[in-house]
Design a protein around this ligand. Structure first.
Ligand code: G3P
Length: 482
């Protein structure tokens, strides 16, 4: 069995220098579904982290000389292995992060497709030549040959909500462009992440090129920021942690996808049935634990009653419960996450919001909640709940919707629902977000579209071609004709 080699019983190993090594101490990973033990992962010490990074740095020197097609072939084999082990990996996702079974299978499949497309895109990347003389007085005897080269060692840090897809969307562009990768998976999601890494190893990745870092994030994070051989960081997670990384990283490139408070603006002439169905899926898919979840609705007051009544009806159809049964809303990642959502609900209720829910909380399982008549004084208007809750703010005009949308510190994505193209584009042009979706929910896919946040939502651009560019830099060679 592919994954038996990376564990002793429930104790999973760490990968460094091409070898799976035991830990000295272990971190327990417990299922949010039923509290059972998913596994234990090594709590790495500073010296182990340093050794893992240095192995990567040494291996990268050889890897960058391997032809792109050969680098790609290894990654393509990994895509096949992910598909072969789809059921096993999906089962781990369900257990470890409570993602419903069909979304878990889809995450594995999406990742195999992402890998294949990334390799294909990488092969089409070209450099350019520039001829001197264009600036005026300088000589025409100079020619610049511009090509893309790897950065060195890239630190990839992935979040709990997509342990496979958001990890591979960082690791694969980095590797195919000739970099080594130090990979820090989320603690919740570490077990399935290590199994994913084993797919890369089994596909034939050279020893040392990929190292895993496990242990409490704060502890290992501090050491990683001290490592001199890390040349770039690609992080997805909270804005709070992103800010710590940005302060500690020094002068290395960063790509970060951070928090969001994606707004859905519903204009007066919107197709309300379509808007409701998209907003339900955008707000409550994977229990709202997506950076790109719709986290507030700004609806024109003349259609607000009708919109909210349709929304509440549709919310009653949302399946809630066990992720193995394919429910849309499942237990949150931990009890504290559910407590936080309820704290925001209580604040909104105490300030006059109308709260509607389809059921009663059971531990970390929350039923879908709609908070209507949310106002700018309420925390729910601004804070990111990362749970199954949708605040509705009623607005007098599209201008007011834009003003409130832009008052947020975040700028990941936004949606505009409406049929008058001029009014829709007025909002699209003014709203501050990396991506604006017209008549659709906010989402990252398809994976070759650019994905970025502005303001406190991120730095840099992801999405296949953009990730390949971000994982490399240009090198210019100047030829002088003498
Ligand atoms: O939460 C991370 C973000 O990348 C979500 O992705 O595909 O659910 O829109 P997606």
């Amino acid at each position: 069995m592919l994954f038996d080699t990376i564990r002793d019983g429930m104790d999973y190993k760490r990968l460094a220098g091409g070898k799976w090594l035991n830990g000295k101490e272990y971190l327990e990973i417990v299922s949010p579904v039923d509290g059972s033990l998913c596994g234990r992962v090594p709590m790495m010490e500073d010296a182990d982290i340093h050794a893992a990074v240095e192995s990567c740095a040494a291996a990268q020197k050889q890897w960058q000389k391997v032809p792109l097609a050969q680098r790609g072939d290894i990654l393509l084999r990994c895509a096949d292995l992910l598909e072969e082990h789809q059921e096993e990996l999906a089962d781990m996702l369900v257990r470890e992060i409570a993602k419903d079974i069909s979304s878990s299978r889809a995450e594995v499949q999406r990742t195999a497709e992402l890998i294949r497309a990334t390799v294909q895109f990488a092969k089409t990347m070209t450099g350019e030549t520039l001829q001197g003389g264009a600036m005026g007085r300088e000589s025409t005897a100079k020619t610049a040959i511009v090509s893309r080269v790897p950065l060195g060692v890239i630190l990839a840090v992935s979040p709990f909500n997509y342990p496979i897809n958001l990890a591979m969307s960082k690791i694969v562009p980095a590797l195919v462009m000739g970099n080594a990768v130090v990979f820090k998976p989320p603690s919740q999601g570490a077990v399935v992440s290590l199994c994913m890494v084993q797919c890369l190893q089994a596909a034939g990745l050279p020893d040392g090129l990929l190292g895993t870092i496990t242990g409490a994030g704060k502890r290992v994070g501090q050491q990683l920021l001290r490592e001199p051989s890390i040349h770039m960081i690609n992080f997805t997670g909270s804005t709070q942690v992103g800010q710590i990384i940005a302060k500690g990283a020094g002068m290395i490139p960063l790509v970060m996808e951070l928090g969001g408070k994606d707004a859905a603006v519903v204009l007066a002439d919107a197709d309300l049935d379509h808007a409701v169905s998209q907003i339900i899926s955008g707000a409550f898919g994977y229990s709202g634990q997506r950076c790109t979840a719709i986290k507030r609705v700004l609806v024109l007051e003349q259609v607000a009653d009708e919109f909210v009544s349709k929304l509440k009806e549709k919310m009653k159809e949302i399946t809630v419960g066990n992720p193995y049964d394919g429910c849309m809303v499942t237990p949150l990642i931990h009890e504290a996450a559910a407590d936080f959502v309820m704290e925001l609900v209580e604040d909104a209720q105490s300030r006059g919001a109308d709260i509607f829910t389809t059921g009663q909380r059971r531990g970390n399982l929350l039923y879908p909640i709609c908070a209507d008549h949310v106002t700018e004084e309420m925390r729910l208007a601004w804070e990111e709940p990362f749970g199954p809750i949708l605040p509705v703010l009623r607005v007098k005009s599209a201008e007011e919707a834009v003003r409130i949308a832009n008052k947020s510190e975040y700028g990941l994505q936004a949606s505009v629902f409406g049929n008058n193209i001029r009014e829709v584009f007025d909002v699209v042009e003014q709203v501050e977000a990396g991506t604006v979706n017209i008549n659709g929910k906010s989402e990252r896919s398809p994976d070759h579209f650019p994905f970025l946040g502005i303001k406190q939502s991120g730095i840099g651009v992801q999405g296949i071609r953009y990730a390949l560019e971000a994982s490399s830099t240009v090198k210019s060679v100047v030829l002088n004709k003498i």
